[in-house]
Unconditional design. Structure first.
Length: 315
């Protein structure tokens, strides 16, 4: 069913077409502009399609970081602990070989069953997790290893203990460390990319996003609870702020969309891993020849440009 905005555009287009002297430059230009808007609306994912991406991003059988590590890396050695307080298992970190090259890897891990999900806190890291991630970031920087990060979290853990341990400050520090790294960084949103928990490990030279992943500053339920005092309006909220890959690419938040098997990555994890590995490899190749100083300059410029507003004056 057409949206209210589409109906209004079509009505306005119809009125313009019925006017005389349509060959006048101003009227013809307005006609073309409205037609382009209609074509854009027709090409955009519908609210139902956006919600389908939310459902697939959260699918319990969707491949997680360790599923991709098993299929993409050789000789992976997991590194544990933050050397201060604890080993946060919501984040997996380690070293392995990617196409014959040693790389560092950081990724969220949600867990498959109740026991593992509880152990890994549903992929929601504490400050200890980000300290562990920073250890590996600095290790990659010291030895010149490329860094790959796989993002899949509803967000950083919002509990009292996490706040007492400095959650917000640790997320900021993690972003700061990534901004300073002289090693190439490629990040991919492989499921949910939620808020500060996601961006803490996604300040990269190339940010990719799987076709059915989502990336947003807040969950649809959280947005609905704020705007309509009803988390049940989550689908309406998702349609409004559009966390899907197509719109993230259009906004410039990501650099490329990684294709998935036809019915989602969970239907064929092996094929999904091949597609992800090809995309990550291509992204690493794009930045392989850049110096450390140039990588840092471009990375900072990229993230500082996000959210800028350009006002275009029409005659």
């Amino acid at each position: 069913m057409p949206s209210e905005g589409e109906v209004q555009l079509r009505e306005r287009l119809h009125r313009l077409r019925s006017l005389p002297l349509l060959r006048g430059a101003r009227l013809s230009g307005e006609l073309e502009r409205l037609q382009r808007q209609l074509e854009r609306i027709a090409a955009e994912p519908s609210g139902e399609e956006i919600w389908r991406s939310v459902e697939l991003a959260r699918h319990p059988d969707r491949p997680y970081t360790l599923d991709y590590v098993e299929r993409m890396l050789e000789d992976f050695v997991e590194l544990h602990g933050d050397r201060g307080r604890a080993d946060d298992e919501a984040l997996v970190t380690g070293l392995g070989r990617f196409d014959g090259q040693t790389v560092a890897l950081i990724g969220h891990q949600k867990g498959r069953d109740i026991k593992e999900r509880s152990k890994r806190n549903f992929g929601m890291a504490y400050p200890e997790g980000y300290r562990k991630a920073m250890r590996v970031m600095e290790l990659a920087d010291r030895h010149g290893f490329p860094l790959i990060t796989l993002v899949d979290t509803p967000g950083a853990y919002p509990g009292v203990a996490a706040e007492q341990h400095g959650q917000g400050g640790m997320i900021a520090r993690s972003q700061s460390v990534m901004a300073r790294l002289r090693s190439p960084i490629v990040s991919c949103i492989i499921g949910e990319g939620g808020s500060g928990g996601a961006i803490a490990i996604a300040v990269a030279d190339r940010v990719l996003m799987q076709q059915n992943a989502i990336y947003s500053v807040i969950s649809p339920e959280g947005c609905a609870a704020i705007l309509w005092r009803d988390a049940g309006e989550a689908q309406k909220a998702a349609a409004a702020f559009k966390p899907d890959a197509v719109h993230c690419l259009e906004l410039g938040v990501i650099d490329a969309i990684v294709p998935e098997p036809a019915d989602g990555a969970h239907t064929d994890p092996d094929a999904a891993a091949v597609l992800l590995k090809d995309s990550v490899g291509a992204a690493l190749d794009e930045v392989a020849g850049l110096s450390g100083d140039e990588l840092r300059r471009q990375r900072r410029a990229r993230f500082r440009s996000l959210g800028t507003l350009e006002i275009v004056k029409t005659p």
